[in-house]
Write a protein that binds this ligand. Structure first.
Ligand code: BGC
Length: 461
């Protein structure tokens, strides 16, 4: 192997991952087209799901609520006290979801969740909670972060699983009822009052805690998976039908839409595709779906990097020999990319140690430089794709005509921990809408979106 061969191979990989300003603009336009399609028709891949949440909070809401959150690696149970002054107190427990429950039966999964609620109440709320009371005492907000066709604030059938879950018999069932039945079986006086996507929760919690008086119009998650919810005019959601729209309009002219943007452009018309993306997609239970998500979110970036490194190794361009770790699917997670991006040491020592620890491989400085360049290309593509669709929503909603400063709440491990991610999103935004408008977009981390947001939806309910 010669160093120029490796440099050439890395250049060609980076080219495949790069997105020009022209491409950014066409991604943004395609996003607007599919937004309209999803608002007009049921059954589109980018589902544009009405949340039935028709108000954002003022910050003055009060009360104590339970919230549970199923959506990625962990299951969380929380109790939230809203203090009514933009602040809240939160108590929570987290449990890693056993792998067998992610692919087992709905009975196994939901009875496990109900048992965790029971344990939480016994440990933290037993004084406040009278198990013998006959009416449902505690309102629970259920953050369920998968595509659900929602028909009311606490009704919704599961359309499909994402992020490695595959509990087949749950598809088509009402997930609120699945949880309520198991809570009832444990004699818990808890009422599932609201079904909430984590992005809707993020938007709600950012509105509740938002500093100043800027209107929050989007809630975005870029973590294990990715998605966005935004504030839409009721009249634009034509698939609801005239009658429903005019009934809903009596209370409010708006509704939060859960876009399910993870399935934006599954045809890859605008977002492009590399052979590495295709290799990763093939290994997932939802092949051909969520292709936007598979280029952006935390569950996939590590695996994209691993397949590239394994490919370069098989071509004898990288590493002296392979290792079983390098050949192990899903061996690298996104935190590996974050650590390599953040390594500015002269000899890339942190990168060397990481490759030794995670892949059991020795590397030369030149190899580490090549790996860092590839990591930067993967990270940049992820943030650019996110920026392009944010620009699409800003244009579709005419946000710059309606608001001075536009507030966007974000959460998730990628946005929170990936070095420079927000700056890259801003770079893409600026290339599409211009720097003046980009500077009117305020991005803030909305912590505890799925807990506090679910509680806020339970208030609305
Ligand atoms: C799900 C969304 C969710 C997102 C972030 C996606 O895989 O389809 O419902 O909001 O992950 O958790």
């Amino acid at each position: 192997m010669t160093s120029s061969n490796l440099t050439e191979a890395v250049d060609s990989i980076c080219k495949k991952f790069s997105i020009t300003d022209e491409q950014l603009k066409s991604i943004s336009s395609e996003y607007i087209r599919l937004t309209k399609l999803g608002l007009n028709h049921n059954g589109e891949a980018m589902a544009m799901i009405p949340s039935y949440v028709t108000a954002t909070p003022s910050g003055r809401e009060t009360g104590t609520f339970l919230a549970v959150d199923l959506g990625g690696t962990n299951f969380r149970v929380c109790s939230i006290h809203l203090n009514g002054d933009n602040t809240y107190d939160l108590l929570q427990t987290k449990t890693v979801i056993p792998r067998n429950l992610m692919v087992g039966t709905s009975k196994e999964l939901f009875s496990f969740l109900a048992q965790k609620v029971k344990d939480f109440i016994a440990t933290h709320l037993s004084e406040k909670f009278d198990e013998d009371a006959t009416d449902h005492q505690l309102k629970l907000g259920f953050t369920f972060s998968f595509p659900v066709s929602q028909t009311a604030i606490n009704r919704g059938t599961l359309l499909r699983w994402t992020k490695g879950f595959d509990v087949k018999d749950a598809v088509g069932q009402d997930v609120c009822l699945l949880l309520q039945d198991e809570l009832d079986a444990l004699n818990l006086n808890v009422h599932v009052a609201a079904l909430v996507n984590d992005t809707v929760g993020t938007l709600m919690s950012r509105s509740y805690t938002s500093p100043g008086h800027h209107t929050t119009i989007m809630g975005i998650i870029i973590g294990t998976g990715t998605n966005c919810a935004y504030v839409e005019n009721l009249d634009a959601i034509t698939k609801l039908g005239e009658e429903k729209i005019s009934n809903l309009r009596k209370n409010s002219p708006m509704m939060i839409i859960n876009t399910e943007w993870g399935s934006f452009d599954n045809q890859c018309v605008s977002i492009g595709s590399t052979d590495y993306d295709e290799q990763v997609d093939k290994k997932t239970p939802n092949k051909g779906m969520q292709l936007f998500e598979k280029r952006i979110s935390g569950m996939f970036l590590g695996e994209i990097l691993r397949v590239i490194l394994a490919d370069l190794c098989s071509q004898k361009l990288l590493f002296k020999s392979s290792s079983s770790e390098l050949e192990t699917e899903w061996k690298l997670d996104t935190s590996a990319l974050s650590r390599i991006e953040a390594d500015f040491s002269k000899n890339l020592i942190a990168t060397r140690l990481l490759i030794e620890k995670e892949l059991a491989l020795e590397s030369t400085l030149e190899e580490r430089k090549a790996i860092k360049t590839i990591v930067e290309a993967i990270g940049k593509r992820s943030a650019y794709l996110a920026g392009a669709v944010v620009a699409g929503i800003l244009e579709h909603t005419k946000a710059f005509e309606k608001h001075g400063i536009i507030d966007v709440g974000m959460d998730g491990s990628v946005i929170e921990f990936y070095p420079g991610y927000e700056s890259l999103i801003r770079e893409a935004l600026s290339a599409i809408i211009g720097q003046t408008k980009e500077s009117r977009v305020q991005i803030g981390i909305a912590k505890d979106g799925s807990g506090v947001g679910a509680a806020l939806c339970a208030v609305v309910a």
